[in-house]
Write a protein that binds this ligand. Structure first.
Ligand code: SF4
Ligand code: SF4
Length: 482
């Protein structure tokens, strides 16, 4: 994209690898040295309007994330992702293993949603909403700046001998990191097992929750490892969404991009002479120094870019100082940059956005419209209709009913619009326990005038108390010789 390829100012080792013309920077990761060693990134403190907006979004997100496990609806969690017991509650709707098809469809819908969203709007998720970026850049990184100072001070501290001051700073930082990781681990556990179970693990004698305490410790250690050491490597190597960017993005996707048409040829600003042919980029390297993944956005869209907006803010501050227009680095598509056009709501975006809204609506309807029970009523195999002395006719049925609620459901069957009678066989009443299955056999008895055909379709209400919780259609056989 740009004429001249550079690598991060802080990453001296990799700078040597870049020639003026090659694209070899695409063959290696900016944080891995020539010997396969990790190159630690010391990004400068970001500041600017995008960063302020991200702080606001972070506060809202963290508040919502922390609050959700505490929210209950009718005494049950509002959201629960109990993988171990295959029980999921999303926004108050419970999904049991028998709802797997709905869950699979919801996830399929979400997958398509992610693909289309990324194709149009790029990596907005990564920069603004992904918990990894939010915790790393907006929480842990800020603590690091607070204790160790900015990028240069951090580098100096790294090289400094182990004095009491350094031990104190490093000790304080890592203690806070571990405490926070422990809290994040517990938050994740609250989503997986529910806040009540988590409270019991914390308050009960340890011997009663060996498994829970082990999970707590493992989660805390994992998060500590990620945020204290692994950091941006998680986005580059582990995150499947990040790895898929090369196939999800195209030249029309809106990403954070450098306007190479306006910026090149980059030239260091000089008081004495003003080069008319020079572009707006003054090659100050600030956009590289703030990058938490250690890349140079002027090289074009790269896998490592998490769209954190730090380089936009950095470059805008430079442009303001040298009185040039802002947004040399901005949210734009590659096509917009090369064609010099502004953002347009193109038919492609309109179509993709419509499909996204449709998918969202579909998934919502599927979740909302699912019934509390799943009822299966079949005529008993081999049984024929019976004519009764009172002039009625009856058929034998089998019933299988799955309770998808948290509640014990007393069940009653009623015939819709036909005077008739339901007679349970061998039991007086029918009830099904939470997430339970009940099976029964019963007769439907109706006056013969409602069953004149060989096959008559009738509808049955499944009632629980006064509430109708399902409606089922079944076939009622008329008299054999009618
Ligand atoms: S290049 Fe990407 S990851 Fe780096 S500062 Fe810019 S937006 Fe953030
Ligand atoms: S911050 Fe702006 S002016 Fe400075 S090197 Fe980056 S793109 Fe060029």
């Amino acid at each position: 994209m740009a004429d001249k390829k550079t690598k991060p100012g802080d990453l001296e080792e990799n700078e040597k690898l870049i020639t003026d013309t090659d694209e070899s920077f695409r063959d290696r990761v900016s944080t891995i040295g020539t010997k396969g060693n990790r190159i630690w990134v010391y990004p400068r403190r970001p500041k600017g309007s995008f960063h302020r907006a991200r702080i606001l979004v972070t506060i809202i997100l963290l508040a919502v994330m922390a609050a959700i496990p505490f929210v209950k609806l009718n005494g049950h969690p509002w959201v629960l992702l109990d993988i171990m017991n295959r029980k999921f509650i999303l926004f108050g709707y419970i999904f049991w293993p028998q709802d797997f098809h709905i869950f699979a469809l919801v996830f399929l819908g979400l997958a398509v949603f992610v693909v289309l969203f990324t194709a149009v709007y790029g990596r907005i998720w990564c920069g603004w909403l992904c918990p990894q970026t939010v915790f790393m850049e907006m929480v842990f990184r800020k603590i690091e700046y607070w204790i160790e100072g900015g990028a240069n001070k951090q580098k100096a501290l790294k090289k400094a001998p182990w004095t009491a001051g350094k031990i104190f700073k490093k000790g304080l930082k890592h203690s806070i990191f571990f405490a926070l990781s422990f809290l994040i681990g517990n938050l994740l556990l609250a989503y997986l097992i529910g806040i009540d179970e988590l409270s019991s693990i914390i308050t009960d004698p340890p011997a009663r929750h060996i498994g829970g305490l082990t999970a707590m410790t493992l989660f805390a250690l994992t998060f500590y490892g990620i945020f204290a050491r692994f950091r941006e490597q998680a986005c580059i190597y582990v995150c499947p969404y990040g790895r898929l960017q090369s196939v999800l993005l195209d030249k029309n996707s809106i990403v954070i991009t450098y306007d190479n048409v306006r910026g090149e040829p980059r030239e260091t600003i000089s008081r004495d002479k003003e080069n008319e042919t020079a572009g707006d980029c003054i090659d100050c390297g600030l956009c590289v120094q703030v990058c938490p993944t250690g890349i140079d956005i002027r090289n074009g869209t790269q896998l490592e870019c998490v769209n954190c907006t730090a380089c936009i803010d950095a470059c805008n501050s430079v442009m303001a100082k040298i009185a040039r227009p802002k947004n040399l680095i901005k949210y734009a598509s590659e096509s917009q940059i090369s064609e010099g056009t502004k953002f347009r709501f193109t038919p492609r975006i309109a179509i993709y956005t419509s499909v996204l809204i449709l998918l969202f609506a579909l998934v919502s309807i599927m979740m909302i419209s699912r019934t509390e029970v799943e009822t299966n009523i079949l005529r008993a195999k081999g049984a024929i209709s019976q004519e009764l002395p009172n002039g009625n006719i009856r058929n034998l049925y089998t019933l299988k009913i799955v309770n998808k609620t948290f509640d014990f459901l007393p069940i009653e069957i009623k015939i819709k619009d036909i005077p008739g009678r339901i007679e349970l066989i061998a039991i007086d009443s029918l009830a099904v326990k939470p997430n339970g299955i009940a099976e029964a056999a019963f007769f439907i008895e109706i006056p013969i005038k409602y069953a004149r055909q060989q096959k008559n379709v009738i509808e049955l209400y499944i009632m629980s108390g006064e509430r109708q919780i399902d409606i089922v259609e079944t076939v009622f056989s008329g008299p054999v010789n009618y």
